[in-house]
Design a protein around this ligand. Structure first.
Ligand code: ADP
Ligand code: MG
Length: 493
């Protein structure tokens, strides 16, 4: 390992450097139409208690039936994490009381999860960090208690009760809030590429518990605190920073860290104690007698493996080898499936031929992303479609418009819509390549500035100024190369 990069991640305390150690437990809602053990819909935003079967409401005598699609989604995710798929796994009851948990237990997997050890590659500016995955298991989500809907009562909405979740547990391999954020973003991207979780953190479809400890570099692992249920990547970073500072202060004052479960309060940017750390035996885990162990055939797993889509790492490698993109640019494009798709749609012409991929990448990364960021729009809502951006690039490479006009054209299409080629025709934006027309402009500029002409004879770099003047009088439409050549000839430089 590069010593310098590891040093840069350390936090300076009053008594020296500290290293932060982080492990993530990510709860990802399985993308499926029905719940994990019932046929009720998983759709978001229905009337409270409108997607609840008798199983989800824990009516006596109801038996859970495993939803095969949820199992397939968990296996796909495991394969995407290069993980071991366990052909035999067991569902357990995790017993606890909560008003939004009518069964009195959550069906989860404890000792035998469906997915074992794997790995996720996290790209950082200083290199790729390989973060170990401990396991992935399937479990039920709970319902939701609503405390602000009624003046004197708390209400319970069971729509989420029984929805399938994948809990992905990382090893304590992360060493900074930046790495933890990048790791969560990568897990999210992998699942979105796979189509196994929509990754919508605002809707709570992806949440993270963040385990944080600190230690002196080289020491064994310190005592950790677990910060529960964080629902944005930014908050993950902030929670880690504030929790690490809190622990460092305690240790530097001679205190000890108590292992506990904490909550992050974004308003105060601090974590606060929620409860002492529960232990596994508190939950009285035991195999759910209503469910047989889950047995998967090797051939079933192989079939799922063969049908996996291209994942972000592979796509990035392909963008580099096939299109010659720089590693950084390829990484930014593949980070969201939608932007990678958009880029490829810009590159591909309708007739099957390809456009200049580096030019396309530049335009997507700079013009388009810049514009989208300013408006706070996702790429799926871009007013300039991939096809139209492709048409703008074609006009530029054909020499019909200059780069400068291309940017204007992009703005016009963004604001007003329309077909780029038709706009160029209608508004007379076509580049003037007709030499006699350009010659007239060049002559006019030369005639108007005899002093500059004299200067240019001894200072050839002045030509840039002349090119600028001619371009200006042409309204940006003169072909800059033709202007340059004519000027060189006429100024004799
Ligand atoms: P539990 O199920 O009780 O939460 P686990 O052993 O499954 O405990 O660990 C949960 C998470 O805590 C994992 O993501 C793991 O990487 C992380 N973790 C374990 N030890 C530490 C530590 N000392 N500092 C930070 N994270 C840790
Ligand atoms: Mg935990």
């Amino acid at each position: 390992m590069n010593v310098q990069t590891s040093t840069s991640k350390l936090i300076k305390g009053a008594t020296g450097d500290w290293e932060v150690v982080i492990g993530l437990e990510v709860h990802a809602q399985v993308k499926s139409n029905a719940k994990l053990f019932s046929g009720a819909a998983t759709a978001f935003g229905g009337e409270p208690n409108s997607h609840v079967s008798l199983i989800d409401a824990a009516m006596p005598g109801m038996l859970p039936v495993i939803n095969e699609e949820c199992v397939a989604q968990a296996v796909r995710t495991g394969l995407g994490l290069k993980a071991k798929i366990n052909l035999r796994s067991v569902f357990d009851r995790k017993n606890y009381f909560y008003p939004d948990l009518p069964q009195g237990y959550q069906i989860s997997q404890y000792k035998s999860p469906v997915v074992g050890e794997g790995e996720v590659a996290v790209d950082m500016p200083y290199g790729t960090v390989r973060v170990g995955i401990e396991r992935l298991h399937l479990e039920q989500d709970a319902g939701k208690s609503l405390h602000d809907q009624h003046p004197s009562m708390s209400l319970v909405d069971l729509n989420r009760s029984g929805v399938g979740l994948m809990e992905i547990v990382s090893k304590p391999d992360l060493r900074s809030s930046e790495e933890a954020k990048a790791c969560l973003a990568k897990l999210r991207a992998i699942m979105r590429y796979l189509g196994t979780c929509d990754g919508d953190m605002e809707k709570g479809n992806l949440r993270a518990d963040v385990n944080v400890s600190v230690r002196r570099p080289g020491d064994p692992l310190g005592t950790r605190c677990e910060i529960k249920n964080i629902n944005s990547i930014r908050f993950v970073g902030q929670a880690i920073e504030s929790e690490a500072r809190r622990q460092i202060e305690i240790l530097e004052d001679g205190g000890a860290i108590e292992q506990e479960t904490r909550l992050y309060d974004p308003g105060r940017n601090e974590t606060r104690s929620m409860r002492n750390k529960e232990e596994a035996h508190d939950y009285r885990y035991f195999p759910d007698p209503d469910l047989l162990p889950l047995e998967l055939a090797e051939t079933y797993v192989e079939e799922l493996r063969r049908s996996l889509p291209e994942l972000p790492d592979d796509r990035k490698a392909r963008f580099m080898s096939e299109f010659g993109l720089a590693r950084y640019d390829a990484g930014v494009l593949v980070a969201e499936k939608e932007s990678a798709d958009f880029f490829e749609a810009v590159v591909a012409r309708a007739d099957g031929t390809l456009r200049d991929a580096k030019l396309a990448a530049n335009w997507v990364l700079n013009e388009l992303f810049g514009r989208l960021n300013r408006e706070g729009l996702p790429i799926t809502a871009s007013p300039v479609s991939a096809e139209k951006l492709g048409a703008i690039l074609d006009l530029m490479t054909e020499g019909a418009i200059s780069g400068k006009i291309a940017k204007e054209l992009f703005e016009i299409v963004w604001a007003e819509g329309g077909e780029p080629r038709a706009i160029v025709e209608a508004r007379g934006l076509k580049q003037v390549t007709d030499t006699s027309a350009i010659e007239k402009l060049v002559d006019d500029v030369i005639a108007a500035h005899p002093d500059k002409v004299r200067q240019a004879r001894t200072k050839p770099a002045m030509i840039g100024w002349f090119v600028g003047q001619v371009m200006k009088t042409s309204g940006g439409k003169a072909n800059p190369q033709a202007v340059n050549e004519l000027l060189k000839a006429k100024l004799d430089i």
